[in-house]
Design a protein around this ligand. Sequence first.
Ligand code: FMN
Length: 326
Amino acid sequence: MTIIPAQAASLVVPALEAAVRAPSPHNTQPWRFELAEDRIEVLLDPERVLAVADADGREARLACGAAVLNIQLALRAAGQACAVRLLPDRARPAHLATVWLQGPCQVTPEDRAFARAVSFRRSNRRPFTDRPVPVWIRDALVRAASLEGAALVLVERGRDLDELARLLRRAEHLQNEDPAFQAELRRWTAAGGRRDDGVPLAAGGPRPAAAGLLTPRHHPEGPAGREPLVAVLCSFADTPLAQLRTGQAMQRVLLTGTTAGVSASFLSQPVEVPATREPLRGLLGGQAHPQAVLRFGYGFAAPATPRRRPEAVTRSRRQQPEEANR
Ligand SMILES: Cc1cc2nc3c(=O)[nH]c(=O)nc-3n(C[C@H](O)[C@H](O)[C@H](O)COP(=O)(O)O)c2cc1C
């Protein structure tokens, strides 16, 4: 049962509603939340880490990082300052973050715009139009990643994009050949019905007219449009801490796109497959660690994917004996 302290409920409920709107691989929603009077704790749910595509939980940590940013944005938009500590407890590695409520703060128009964008951001796997993403939005996307301590590397047309497309095709081929990967994908691709997780078929986009180079998953034969902007989100280390920070960066990048009217979707195959991840890293100069490949552009609105309700994934924090004795 969830017990939300009465004074904090008006802040915490919208913050949790925002948290669960974070993107996650195959919409697994690999998070849980614990509440105390002055804080929200974000935990990894190991049962929801993809055993084949994400064996070490890297993508699940990206998703939880995104949920942490959503909590911060919702609190700020409600006039509540907050402080975040990532991986606060070495003895409890599943405890990914604590967001501390810190009292009233001024709300800026940007806080409001970002918090609003959380509920209408979608992964858009549909083909994009030929309209290019303008330079000022490209710059804003790059800035959004660096604000959260990550790097967004834009892969411009030409040899690099061709090489990225080749790695994508290779990774996709290897995943298609892997029965365990395919079984996992099928498990999380819902044919409709009343599921509150997984990717509904409707989120895969319309049937394609022609095969394309950069093909989004969940859109098995589809093109991703003719001139998408493709970028690789990178971290400067490949530790759980760096992955959480990069998850925050990923969400800030996606929301920056959303507020500017730009759609985005993921092309994670070359990062997930070990045989293509290292060459992808080489393509980017060998320094940073690729965490997610994203494409950006303009397209028809994509449908929302379902979520488990916050109360299904939240409980009150039980006081640990050693805390009670402090
Ligand atoms: C780390 C990560 C990797 C993802 N990889 C892919 C991918 O390779 N292909 C894809 O179509 N969607 C991918 N997604 C998008 C999820 O499927 C999507 O976030 C989820 O279904 C929820 O839908 P929403 O983003 O519209 O809220 C990824 C999401 C995350 C966070």
